[in-house]
Write a protein that binds this ligand. Sequence first.
Ligand code: ADP
Ligand code: MG
Length: 271
Amino acid sequence: MRISVYGKGGIGKSTVSSNLSVALAKRGKKVLQIGCDPKHDSTFTIAGKLIPTVIDVLEEENYKYEEIDENDIIFPGYGGVDTVEAGGPAPGLGCGGYVVGEVVKLLHQLDVYEKYDVMIFDVLEDVVCGGFSVPLQQSDYVCIVTANDFDSLFAANRIITSIKEKSKTYPVKLAGIIGNRTDIQDLIDVYAKKVGAPIINVVPLSEEIRMSRVNGKTLFAIEEEGGGSKNNLTGNFLAIADYLLASPEKIEIEPLGDREVFSLLRKSSLE
Ligand code: ADP
Ligand code: MG
């Protein structure tokens, strides 16, 4: 199963995808987490360090793809989860989307796809053009991370629009929305109902999660070391894992036009 995690920048894609990867591993799955953001920190909490990116390795080998071995780019991490970071070109040079496309190609070439039960692509923001759309085209499911605010729901709507478009030619399906960084979900509820998207889970704004990032660990690792999770946050991620492992059916989604998002959320927040 291939899963992509999309959402506005800084909304918690890497947080959600890394904890989800470990949750899936806890359910007995062999998981590969693939970071596709030039920020290259998607796998930090799993691997416990900044791993060399595929671009670093390619540069070292003068872009001779045939010289690259699986062990050069895939690094083992917590809970048996393996990790890859695509990396990106230096700012102002080249195209990050191109890099993502190349990394996917390389993983195919190395026959990596067959070795994992689940591959999770932690993708760049809501950019769904060029190479950045390759994970979407290759995924069975997309999870969208959003807060209970206008901007991240606006981004979510653009992603849902892309999924609807891509699903005409690719097998990609929306799994659903994952709320994050919020204890209130009124806007998420209104939006999800309007477009017909299931809400898989809502993860609260949590000091534990903020600190897990600072300490470079997943919530599961912290729990194992006896450090919490007081609010059973690992339970949220196990629930998301179980939802996906049940292979949800395709949902008919009706994305909104940009202007409709403005009027929907303005009205609902005033009520
Ligand atoms: P993205 O990958 O979407 O850019 P990140 O996962 O890197 O976002 O999250 C951005 C920041 O927000 C990180 O410092 C992370 O620790 C923090 N964060 C994410 N989710 C939560 C949450 N539920 N509660 C508190 N902090 C969070
Ligand atoms: Mg990220």
